[in-house]
Design a binder for this molecule. Structure first.
Ligand SMILES: [Cu+2]
Length: 488
């Protein structure tokens, strides 16, 4: 019912868009482009009355995304992608001008069955030329989408057609191979899933099949458009152009088999870590892995340009964190370039600065955890450094973070967020009084002078200091209490 409603809405939204931007003649004979702009996760989409070339399959659910409906014409699945500027909400209060497809960045997921013949119309409504490369697919050379190498570029205002057979099942991506650094920095990318035609010995039936792309952006705090010439120093680390708490949870019923397909279109690797369960990598860029090659793990590194399929049995109830293990990838823009202040005494300095900058606040004197609860003036449209609140307070995570929610009473096929998990009594960490804790062994006294006259500083030395340079004396003191909520 949900998917029928979505399909109807999708088609209803189509006519206005089609007539607005492209002339009637240009669209004659083309499938109407389906546009969707909400960042909400769409339910699984099964084409009504069509099973394609193969058996019925378990549709994927694209995290904060959707699957592109197609038109079946003479046995060919016809899709229409429109490359165009979009506005993407990354999290409530933070929206960015991107380029994408059919109203969203990433573009919609294309989902077909092994052996399907697909015909994809690509209309360019960008201010510059583009192409689409079908990352990982077996296809005729002229359909591979490298502008200048396999085809002429698609000029603004023009529509090109790609046509090929989805020859092998697996996890794929699509993205431009034209002005690639700029167009990917602007969010042009999408997911592609090809389901196996029959029972495949290396591909399991799963109860839930999630997919998302890893992407990264450089957005100056307060700005609305990414810096497109950034090569490595990105500050927005996203899943499907969303950042926590804007990323929906993955939900599962206790005991279900779950597949998570992840593709990396950033410029660095991401070790994706899931709490609470162990998974196997059941597929890579090249297709399903051989079962005898698999082993259990809890973190899988996904390198630049790679795709991975992680599979597990959701046999442990709870709200389990799922995130990139690079800690600066679970932070927003505010965390980048902030100097380390732990142990540094700001007294006096703050008062002097506040005479000039009344709003000036010290960050990180006792660590950065205060940032998670601080009400700090930020420029408009800025993604805070750490954000997201759980049932026990700030989660202190942003960016590439979400939760895996496993419940015994989650109905099969229901993807709604069940809310926060309530730990059974006696199964949660709890505080004790100081006199109830066993005495901590004291640390051994360090040797008087292990490295000659030089003694280790009590606090981190300034990064620019060299070993030989005289170190300016500074007053280091232990953080003291007094902040509300921190009683020891
Ligand atoms: Cu990462």
């Amino acid at each position: 019912m949900q998917r029928r409603r979505f399909f109807a809405q999708a088609l209803a939204g189509t006519a206005a868009v089609a007539s607005a931007a492209v002339g009637r003649h240009a669209l004659a004979g083309l499938p109407e482009p389906v546009i969707r702009t909400t960042p909400d996760t769409a339910g699984p989409w099964t084409p009504p009355g069509v099973t394609g070339a193969g058996r019925p399959y378990r549709p994927v659910v694209t995290l904060n995304g959707w699957t592109l409906p197609f038109r079946l014409k003479d046995g060919v699945k016809e899709f229409h992608l429109v490359a165009e500027p979009v506005v993407r909400e990354f999290a409530p209060g933070f929206s960015v001008n991107l380029w994408g497809y059919n109203g969203s960045s990433p573009g919609p997921t294309i989902e077909v069955v092994e052996g399907d013949r697909v015909r994809i119309y690509v209309t360019n409504r960008l201010p510059e030329h583009t192409t689409i490369h079908w990352h990982g697919q077996r296809l005729p050379n002229g359909m591979d989408g490298v502008g200048g190498l396999n085809q002429p570029q698609i000029p603004p205002g023009k529509t090109f057609v790609y046509e090929f057979v989805a020859r092998r099942p697996g996890t794929f991506m699509y993205h431009p191979h034209a002005d690639e650094m700029v167009q990917m920095a602007m969010g042009m990318m999408g997911f592609w899933v090809t389901h196996p035609q029959g029972r495949h010995p290396w591909i399991a039936n799963v109860d839930r099949d999630y997919c998302f792309l890893l992407n990264a952006f450089d957005v100056t705090p307060g700005a609305r458009t990414p810096n497109v010439n950034t090569m490595l120093d990105f500050n927005i680390w996203a899943w499907n152009s969303r950042v926590f708490p804007g990323i929906d949870p993955l939900v599962a019923r206790l005991g279900e088999r779950v597949r998570v397909r992840i593709g990396n279109l950033t410029m660095t690797n991401h070790p994706i870590h899931i709490h609470g369960i162990e998974f196997e990598v059941t597929g890579t860029d090249g297709g399903p892995t051989r079962p005898e090659s698999r082993w259990m793990e809890v973190t899988a590194d996904i390198a630049v340009g790679q795709m991975r399929q992680l599979e597990f049995i959701a046999d442990e109830e709870g709200d389990w964190a799922m995130h990139c293990h690079k800690s600066h990838h679970t932070m927003g823009a505010m965390g980048h370039g902030v100097p380390t202040m732990i142990g540094v005494d700001h007294r006096g300095l703050v008062q002097r600065i506040q005479r000039v900058v009344p709003d000036y606040m010290v960050m990180g004197e006792r660590g950065m955890a205060d940032m998670g609860e601080m009400e700090m003036p930020l420029p408009d449209n800025t993604f805070p450094m750490m954000t997201g609140t759980g049932p026990y307070g700030p989660i202190e995570m942003g960016g590439m973070f979400t939760t895996l929610k496993v419940r015994h009473d989650q109905p099969p096929g229901d993807y709604r967020d069940p809310g926060w998990y309530r730990q059974p009594p006696g199964t949660q960490a709890y505080p004790v009084a100081a006199d109830q804790a066993p005495a901590a062994p004291s640390a051994p006294t360090p040797p008087a002078s292990a490295h000659g006259a030089h003694t280790a500083p009590a606090s981190p030395a300034p990064a620019h200091g060299t070993h030989a340079a005289p170190r300016a004396p500074f007053d280091a003191r232990k953080p003291h209490g007094g902040h509300h909520g921190h009683h020891h």
